[in-house]
Design a protein around this ligand. Structure first.
Ligand code: 0O3
Ligand code: SF4
Length: 327
């Protein structure tokens, strides 16, 4: 069949179909991302536009654009929010000094930080108070990492991977603990923790998993389907750490190729030529409409037999921030 792909506006001969799609479950919105997006929507309903949002509420281009259309204004710094305005803090959390700055400027602050990110902040605060050096496994420059480091900047050391371990210097090797970003690769983190334990035998770990349930489940699902797919498509934005990890993991788990795409239009039909099984999943910041559009596009290419591959059941739900539920 010849499909005139909107991505490149060119005629491409797709000889792939009929083929099947293995659809990962769970995929898409986690409880924290869902809560954060609904928080901005409810804030717009309650206060009217503009509602300011620190950074991206979640790392998804489609979500940010849709909220902008409704009157959300995304800013990098609290200082860019006019005095007295309403500001929503992102799901990834922010450093405590940003809360102080918001209060000083008289802003109405609605905190959409995911409770599971807040849990990591609280761990960092507690271990710092108890005199521990904190080895935070995470990606340099990622907003969640910046926020967690801000809880105890003098105590937290960022660990990007095993290569960083020999260079770590701590005050007391008997009082060290590792914590992590919530959206890391489970397997890569295990390798880093192994290297840290070899270097610091007294190393403690987080009291509960810092890599959250949603990250684990999405990785488990893609791992299950990758080995039997010719190619895996991951819907998610480039700046979404969790989505990028899913594409990497798909290849590590046996898929010959994987592609991270923001939306259906980015699916290049050339990727499907000669293929019979396509894996499809989406990151924790991705609304299901984008998956539905990708399925429509795949069906147009002849991949219209969809089978769900389930790795876990998810029922987690977080209540909205209290600022929005008060009468
Ligand atoms: O942390 P990551 O870049 O994957 O963030 P996303 O894509 O916005 O996904 C939601 C997860 C989150 C808010 C942080 O835990
Ligand atoms: Fe919360 Fe996990 Fe979702 Fe991050 S990925 S917002 S920690 S539930």
């Amino acid at each position: 069949m010849t499909y005139y792909g909107t991505a490149a506006f060119r005629s491409v001969d797709v000889t792939a179909g009929p083929g099947r799609v293995l659809l990962a479950s769970p995929r898409g919105y986690c409880a924290g991302a869902d809560r954060a997006v609904v928080t901005v929507e409810k804030a717009l309903d309650r206060y009217g536009p503009p509602v300011y949002v620190r950074q991206r509420i979640v790392h998804n281009r489609h979500v940010v654009r849709a909220l902008e259309h409704r009157g959300a204004v995304f800013v990098e710094e609290t200082g860019q929010v006019p005095a007295g305005a309403v500001v929503v803090l992102p799901a990834h959390g922010i450093a405590p000094e940003a809360h102080t700055e918001a209060a000083r400027r008289g802003l109405t602050t609605i905190d959409a930080t995911c409770p599971l990110v807040t849990k990591v902040h609280m761990e960092a605060r507690r271990f710092a108070r108890e005199g521990y050096d904190i080895l935070l496994i995470g990606h340099e420059g990622h907003e969640e990492v910046i926020g967690t480091m801000g809880e105890a900047p003098e105590r937290v050391h960022l660990v990007g991977g095993p290569d960083d371990v020999p260079y770590l210097r701590v005050a007391d090797e008997g009082r060290v603990v590792w914590l992590s970003q919530t959206t890391l690769s489970v397997d890569e983190t295990a390798v880093t923790v192994h290297a840290l334990k070899a270097r610091f035998p007294a190393l403690l770990g987080p009291p509960g998993d810092d890599i959250c349930y949603a990250t684990r489940n999405r990785q488990a699902a893609v791992r299950r389907l990758a080995g039997v797919c010719d190619v895996v498509l991951v819907i998610g934005s480039r700046n979404s750490a969790g989505s990028a990890r899913l594409a990497e993991l798909a290849v590590l788990a046996g898929a010959p190729a994987a592609h991270l795409v923001d939306c259906a239009e980015e699916i290049d039909p050339a990727w499907l030529r000669g293929m019979s099984t396509v894996g499809l999943t989406s990151g924790a910041s991705v609304p299901e409409i984008l998956v539905a559009e990708a399925l429509d596009r795949l069906a147009a290419y002849g991949f219209d037999d969809v089978e769900v591959i389930r790795a876990a059941e998810e029922r987690r739900h977080f209540a909205l921030p209290r600022a929005l539920t008060r009468p």
